[in-house]
Design a binder for this molecule. Structure first.
Ligand code: SF4
Length: 455
């Protein structure tokens, strides 16, 4: 009896969604999907506009009569209920719906269950679910509360010969842009101050789905890195937010995000930081690795990026001692390093990975030579890094504080990604709080880190 009563109470409290389904059988299937998802999440379906907390109208836009009928249904729902989400074919026909009914909450195209559900979640509280309600809306995170990784895709379309990721995770599969931004929004609402965008190949985001237009809060958005980066930075309208891009391959369209790094329209900022895994600079070795992009193009691109955004920090990783690497190839790599003047660099001595195509390549380099090349590489990079950091001494930087202790704080500037780059050591000060931003004056530097004090 008691259990029945509890179930009845829960049912009575569940939000109700009204549904109008117009159009052809394809639209009907879309309606079924949305209704199934609504019911699976515990929403009830209301029998009338008046009983509903919100109404979804699935429209048809095939012929003029269908457009008329759809617009009329939207008008009726708005008049009787006021909260209306429009989905379906009419939503994909430009601005027709918004021009006729500017008060609708959101407009999506057909096959948009995810986007419709996102808008429902944004306007109606989710029904109580005893299985998931103990989980915070941003999910369980293993990172500190103030930064979080945001995975935008899985898998990879390249076939680099030293890597087995594509055979394990398959080809690139991009997440819907609406889902990604919704997750980011939940993270920001939960107090995250820095979003770290990751995937195997971030610049390829959306290639697998031909940059399909998705929806976020009813707004159409292309599934593309530039649009994603701008929308993520836009989440920092009211609260300071950093967005950092990782694993960006130097394809031509990456040039588009550089101007966004210079702009600051609100409190959200696309950081002037790019993590670009170049891996090598000898054309022969890049070919053997089956890497996209040549080293000359990469140097020209770096120069162009820095002309547009002089504050840009570039991080990269390289492999030395790849099968077939000669002393001449390695010296080409050192020359590239001199020219490119990268800020942050990681270097690995090649080691065979089970199942990788590179294992079968001729000319494996002896371990001692690999280690010797790695040491020479790192020694050169250290001098470059030290000189670049020294230029920051005397200047002011905004930092995000990671931890505070008796000896001061460990913080990071726009140039420092967590775990992989250097840090800014900040002298003790009462105003320093973990997870908060601070303005510091830089007083000294070494090969990896900076030291500063609250200004
Ligand atoms: S190294 Fe990166 S780009 Fe190359 S195949 Fe592996 S995941 Fe893809």
């Amino acid at each position: 009896m008691a259990r029945d009563k509890a179930r009845r109470t829960r049912k009575a409290a569940a939000p109700k969604v009204g549904f109008v389904s117009l159009g052809c059988p394809k639209a009907l299937v879309d309606s079924e999907r949305i209704l199934t998802q609504l019911r699976a999440e515990g929403y009830l379906v209301a029998p009338s506009y008046e009983d509903a907390d919100l109404v979804v109208v699935n429209t048809c836009g095939f012929i003029d009569a269908a457009v008329e009928e759809s617009l009329e249904a939207i008008g009726e729902a708005l008049a009787a209920n006021g909260k209306v989400i429009v989905t379906g074919c009419l939503g994909a026909k430009g601005d027709i719906v918004r021009q006729a009914h500017p008060r609708v909450l959101a407009v999506t195209g057909p096959h948009a269950t995810d986007e419709v559900m996102q808008t429902v979640h944004a306007h109606l509280r989710k029904p109580h679910d005893p299985y998931t309600d103990l989980v915070p809306p941003q999910g369980i995170k293993l990172t500190p509360r103030h930064y979080a990784y945001l995975k935008i895709a899985e898998g990879c379309n390249h076939r680099c010969t030293f890597c087995v990721i594509p055979s394990m995770r398959g080809d690139l599969t991009s997440r819907p842009i609406g889902d990604v931004i919704q997750e980011a929004e939940a993270l920001v609402n939960a107090g995250v101050k820095e979003l770290l965008v990751i995937s195997q190949d971030t610049s390829a985001y959306g290639v697998d789905i031909k940059y399909r237009t998705g929806f976020w809060h009813g707004r159409p958005l292309k599934t593309r890195m530039t649009e994603l980066a701008a929308a993520l930075a836009g989440l920092g309208r009211d609260t300071p937010l950093w967005v950092r891009l990782h694993y960006v391959y130097p394809y031509p369209h990456v040039d588009e995000v550089i101007p966004l790094m210079v702009e600051t329209r609100n409190k959200g900022k696309l950081l002037p930081y790019l993590d670009v895994p170049f891996q090598h600079a000898s054309p022969r070795i890049l070919k053997a690795m089956k890497r996209p992009a040549s080293s000359e193009n990469n140097l020209a691109r770096i120069r162009r990026w820095r002309d547009i955004c002089p504050a840009l920090t570039i991080r990269s990783t390289f492999i030395v001692g790849f099968p077939g690497e000669t002393e001449a190839d390695f010296e080409q790599l050192l020359e590239f390093l001199e020219e490119a003047q990268l800020d942050r660099v990681g270097c690995f001595a090649y080691s065979p990975v089970e199942g990788a195509a590179a294992n079968a390549l001729p000319g494996h380099v002896p371990e001692t030579i690999k280690e010797e090349r790695k040491a020479r590489f790192m020694a050169l990079q250290e001098t470059i890094s030290a000189a670049r950091l020294e230029r920051k001494v005397g200047g002011m930087l905004t930092v995000l504080v990671d931890t505070v202790g008796a000896k001061g704080a460990i913080a990071r500037s726009a140039a420092d990604a967590p775990e992989i780059d250097g840090v800014v050591h900040v002298a003790p000060h009462a105003s320093l709080k973990a997870g908060e931003f601070a303005r510091v004056k830089i007083v000294s530097s070494d090969a990896h880190d900076l030291r500063g004090a609250v200004a």
